[in-house]
Ligand binder design. Sequence first.
Ligand SMILES: [Zn+2]
Length: 363
Amino acid sequence: MASARENQDNMATLHLLVQQVSRSFYEPKYIVVMDQLARHPVIKDDDLAGRIGLQAKELNKLTAVLVNDKLVKVYRRNELKEGALRAVGRQYYYIDYKHFCDVVKWRVAQMRELIDKDLRNELDTKGYICPQCGTSYASLDVDRLLDMATGTFLCEICRTEVVDNENAESLKGSQDRMQRFNKAMTWIREGLRKSEEMVLPAFDVHAWVQANTTEAEKQAMDAGDGLMIAGGGPAFEDRIGVVMSIDKDEATRKAEREQEAAAKRSQNQMPSWHTKSTISGDLTALGIAQANALEKESANSHILDSLASSSKTLSSLSGDTETKPNIGSAMASTSFEAPVDVKPVIDERQADCKFCQWSQVGC
Ligand SMILES: [Zn+2]
């Protein structure tokens, strides 16, 4: 069994290998993605996009290449997004180091084979050169150079024995390519060699996502995702948090509604010389009508409030059948009484008496 220290060293080696591979074969944008993946065991798509400052769509283009190259693995799962009605497919990206090492080994071998093949071809056709006068001969010309007496190939001009032409341009190029390749691969080969000595534990991404999303889901619920109620299941305790989040939503909605109404009112407001007599200061016919409208509007908002709070109570009551006290319903019931009483009074006054419409005193 490997010690923790050994594991740490192994992971450092593997991270270094990932960095070297990405820097050897990929553009900077891919390097950034690979570095992030090397730093975390698993990253969710939107988290990764946020970390490297890209839109999800752009990130998908990059990861598609890496996934296609088999360096990165992807785990797909349908999840309920915060505030969404239906589940959407989410991706979790990770590096399976065993798979990663195998892929890199295979690719390095393939590249080496390709360069080697070129080199062999060129060695075969490299021809001969005279060391004395420097005349070069193609491989097909050597039959002319064969000296029957000695059994050697002699230069046509100075009769010196020719040698393999190691300096042919193409051959130089290929040898150079092979050298550069070997040099560039030094560290990667070293990393791969070290990885062969390691016992890489199998990585269970499904278990990781399961273990880590319960945490994330809890956070999402605390932040106010009422839809998780439909999922039910093990996290029942969290549902109290969900009810409270509905309260909060209702409050914001109410504030928005009031703001909208205020904006409308200020738009519709008549200039004071229309609504009030400029001489006596009393309300004119227009002023009276406006006062009525204002009163009616405030009555409407009270009705809306009371409706909202009663539905809130209903939902929180039906949502929680436990005997546990519910903060959400308690809050709702306290705000339930007051506004309902106001409504009929205003309506009666408006219906019955012209005077009471704007007077605070009843008839
Ligand atoms: Zn010669």
